[in-house]
Design a protein around this ligand. Structure first.
Ligand code: KG4
Ligand code: ZN
Length: 368
């Protein structure tokens, strides 16, 4: 039966304004997003406080420091998000927060705050899977229709996911060791390039010769859609040790060689994933959506564009501020679920691990 306007209203598809809270890693973020009945979203505010300064001295995110900073700043960030949107907390229709996966101290800060607000204001709670929030962002920014393929490449994740619908995901490949952003961060640390590592490696690579070192492309000869970056990282370390002390040219050439290697790996895998998309869903328009902080990398972006052109697929890269962690993506994922009638209980448990393709992600499934 075609869905009429009445049915939309009955099934919860009225306009909804959602507060979204993100605290699963090192960004304290809150946003107000409105979804209209046609499924279009509007970001009314999107406030992100990065904890760069808290962690800079340690060369990586320290979970306890991250949780403490979320405790200190979250209330203010939420207040700012409401102020900038011109929306009172009492006017939102539901409160969404990342409930996992992520650093559990931080997740607890955001989810518990959301539960307290939901209880105090008598509003529905939406416990959002952080990966689903990344996966659905392209629908907010570009109105992408289901189904599509997503490549999530961040500091914690590297995976291809078939996005069939809200709550309906199939993971086609992941990393078997380091995430891609993590590999960039480790290479940066090894070469003393500072943090955040990814942008530092990219900047340095621009000055180098990508052909001087031929680093390995782990797993690439295998047909599976998985990634492996730890052997590549070791090859970079061994090369750096062999050349020590490193000149600026050595460092730039190593960065360029490393980046060329990962760009090729990602592009080849994207081509394979798009071929699988075509063979499993021959009627569907092939679309590859990229999410996560590594999407900012221009060499990887160019390689993905080539792969998509070769496959006749559309490449969608949301604006960078929405590829990295933010509250708007959480509010939007909450809005998409809320429109389908989903609400979560105040007893929803925070989850350090929460794969996207667990059956309980499905709309209508009982929460585990
Ligand atoms: O999505 P994100 O902001 O946070 C999570 O990990 O959830 O991603 C951060 C990751 C870091 O590992 C960072 O080094 C990497 O994305 N990154 C980059 C670039 N910008 C950020 N990696 C390569 N090139 C970049 N330009
Ligand atoms: Zn993320």
């Amino acid at each position: 039966m075609a869905k009429g306007v009445d049915q939309f209203v009955v099934t919860g598809q009225a306009q909804a304004t959602i507060l979204g809270i993100e605290t699963s890693c090192d960004e304290t973020a809150a946003a107000i997003v409105t979804r209209d009945p046609s499924g279009q979203g509007t970001i009314r505010s999107n406030v992100v406080r990065s904890q760069f300064d808290e962690h800079a001295a340690f060369g990586g995110v320290v979970p306890e420091l991250a949780a403490r900073a979320h405790v200190t700043f979250l209330d203010h960030i939420i207040a700012q998000a409401c102020r900038e949107a011109g929306v009172a907390l009492s006017d939102v229709d539901a409160i969404a927060a990342t409930a996992g996966p992520g650093l559990i101290g931080g997740v607890l800060v955001g989810l518990t705050t959301a539960k307290a607000l939901a209880a105090a204001l008598d509003k529905p709670l939406l416990a959002v899977n952080h990966l689903e929030a990344h996966a659905l962002t392209a629908r907010l920014t570009d109105g992408v229709q289901f189904p599509y393929l997503m490549l999530l490449v961040s500091g914690g994740h590297s995976q291809f996911v078939l996005v069939r619908g809200v709550g309906d995901y199939q993971r086609w490949g992941s990393t078997i060791d380091d995430a891609l952003g993590e590999a960039f961060d480790k290479v940066a640390k090894l070469l003393s390039l500072g943090t955040p590592g990814g942008p530092a490696v990219e900047r340095t690579a621009k000055l180098g010769d990508p052909k001087r070192f031929k680093f390995p492309r782990p797993l690439l000869r295998e047909a599976r859609l998985d990634f492996s970056f730890s052997g590549l990282k070791t090859a970079v370390r061994l090369q750096a040790e062999a050349l020590a002390p490193l000149s600026d040219t050595d460092v730039a050439d190593i960065c360029a060689g490393f980046q060329a290697s990962v760009a090729e790996i990602v592009a080849v895998r994207a081509g394979q994933a798009l071929a699988q998309f075509h063979s499993e869903l021959p009627e569907a328009k092939p679309v590859l959506v990229v999410a996560g902080g590594v999407a900012a990398n221009q060499a990887i972006g160019a390689a993905l564009r080539n792969a998509c052109d070769a496959a006749g697929a559309q490449l969608v890269v949301p604006p960078m501020a929405l590829c990295t962690d933010n509250g708007a993506m959480v509010a939007w994922a909450g809005a998409e679920r809320f429109a389908l009638g989903v609400q979560d209980g105040l007893d929803f448990t925070a989850r350090p691990r929460w794969p996207l393709d667990l059956p309980d992600m499905r709309i209508g499934a009982d929460a585990a």
